[in-house]
Design a binder for this molecule. Structure first.
Ligand code: HEC
Length: 108
């Protein structure tokens, strides 16, 4: 009896762990759905925003997942200062950030 209970817990625990990993990994498919608001600026090579001042927009497609994720979190917290990206990142959840990072790192 005890053995079965222990086993059941082990299985359950593994499932929960697996879900946690899947979440932290980021889902490129989900990121694709969320990138509509990014493409306007980041999808065009050499694109510049004119507000609040003229900025060159870096291309993020193909950059490393960790870098994109770290940048978005830094914009969100204000550690990396850029008004435009701060306003955008403020609305993103950790899951959004992982998904977007997965999507952009996989695209060119
Ligand atoms: C209004 C234009 C605009 C939109 C929309 C926008 N960005 Fe940005 N993004 C910028 C600019 C300008 C920078 C450069 C800021 C700087 O110098 O730090 C930037 C920088 C970044 C960087 C850092 C790139 C690097 O090379 O360091 C990442 C990552 C990023 N944006 C992701 C996103 C994501 C994901 C979205 C959509 C949720 C998004 N951006 C929407 C204008 C935009």
């Amino acid at each position: 009896m005890q053995n079965i209970t222990t086993k059941a817990f082990a299985v359950l625990f593994t499932m929960i762990l697996g879900m946690g990993v899947a979440q932290a990994e980021g889902d490129a498919e989900a990121g694709k759905q969320k990138n509509a608001m990014c493409q306007g600026c980041h999808g065009i090579e050499g694109f510049q925003v004119a507000y609040p001042k003229v900025y060159s927009v870096p291309l993020i497609g193909g950059q490393s997942k960790d870098y994109i994720e770290a940048s978005l979190k830094a914009y969100r917290s204000g550690d990396r200062m850029n008004e435009t990206m701060h306003a955008i990142a403020a609305d993103l959840s950790d899951q959004d950030i992982s998904d977007l990072a997965a999507f952009y790192s996989a695209s060119k």
